[in-house]
Design a binder for this molecule. Structure first.
Ligand code: HEM
Length: 199
C-alpha cells in the first residue's frame, strides 16, 4: 500500500480502472464460452441475421460496460442526479460539450460527457435487446435460445433500472456494487445467447 503511492493520492486513473474491469469481464466471457463449447453441442441451423444482431449487441454492451467503468472512475455518478433529464428540463446539459477541449475529450475525460455516453447508450442496449427478443419470437428458436433471450431481456431491464436509481441517489455503495454485479450477469447472459446462436 505504502509503495503503491495510494496513501497521498487514493485515486487511480479512470483509464486503468476501465481497462482493468473490461479485461476481467472479457476474460470471464471467454472462459464461459469455452465451458459452453464443452457442455453444449454445436447448433446446426442458425438464423444468420439474428446471430449478427446478437454479435453487434454484444459489442455495444461491452462499450457500455467500458463507459460504466469510466463513469465510476471519474466519480461522474455524483453529478446530474436527475432522470430522464440531465438537469432543469434539459436532455443534454451544456457541460457535456464545453468542459474539455477539444470536443472529443469531453466523452472520455469530462464527467458530464462520460455520463452522457453511459446514460444514452443504455437506451441503445435496451432497444437492441428488445429487438432481439421480438425477432426471436417471430423465428423458430430452440428452448435454450428462447430462454436465454428472456433472461437477457429481464437482466437488461433490471440493470437499466438499477443504473437510474444509482444515479438518482448519488451512488450509494450498495447500489453501485449491485449495478456492477448485474452488469457481470448481463454479460454472462449475452455470452450464453451468442453462443446458442453460433455454430
Ligand atoms: C445496459 C445498461 C447498463 C449497463 C450494462 C451498465 C454498466 C455499468 C458498469 C459496468 C458500471 C461500472 C461499475 C463499477 O465499476 O463500479 C456502471 C456504472 C455506473 N452506471 Fe451503469 N450500466 C447501465 C445502465 C445505466 C443507466 C441507465 C444509468 C443511469 C441513468 C447508469 C448509471 C451508472 C452510474 C451512476 C455508474 C457509476 C457507479 C459508481 O460510481 O460506482 N447505468 N454501469
Amino acid at each position: 500500500m505504502v509503495s503503491s503511492g495510494l496513501i497521498d493520492h487514493p485515486d487511480v486513473s479512470h483509464y486503468r480502472l476501465a481497462l482493468h474491469l473490461t479485461t476481467a469481464f472479457i476474460t470471464f466471457s471467454f472462459a464461459l464460452w469455452i465451458a459452453l463449447d464443452i457442455k453444449y453441442p454445436s447448433i446446426k441451423e442458425v438464423d444468420n441475421k439474428l446471430r449478427n444482431i446478437i454479435r453487434f449487441t454484444y459489442l455495444i454492451l461491452l462499450v457500455q460496460i467500458i463507459w460504466g467503468a469510466v463513469v465510476a472512475g471519474l466519480d461522474a455518478g455524483f453529478i446530474h442526479n436527475f432522470w430522464p433529464m440531465m438537469s432543469d428540463g434539459k436532455l443534454i446539459h451544456e457541460t457535456v460539450y464545453i468542459e474539455q477541449n477539444p470536443l472529443w475529450r469531453n466523452f472520455v475525460e469530462g464527467k458530464s460527457g462520460v455520463q452522457f455516453i453511459h446514460r444514452y447508450l443504455a437506451y441503445v442496449v435496451v432497444a437492441l435487446i428488445i429487438y432481439i427478443w421480438y425477432k426471436a419470437k417471430k423465428s423458430s428458436t430452440t428452448l435454450l435460445q428462447n430462454k436465454s433471450i428472456k433472461v437477457l431481456l429481464l437482466l437488461v431491464l433490471l440493470q437499466f433500472t438499477l443504473g437510474v436509481f444509482t444515479l438518482l441517489y448519488q451512488v450509494p455503495v450498495a447500489l453501485g456494487v449491485i449495478h456492477q454485479v448485474v452488469a457481470f450477469f448481463l454479460l454472462a447472459a449475452m455470452t450464453f445467447t451468442l453462443h446458442r446462436f453460433s455454430r
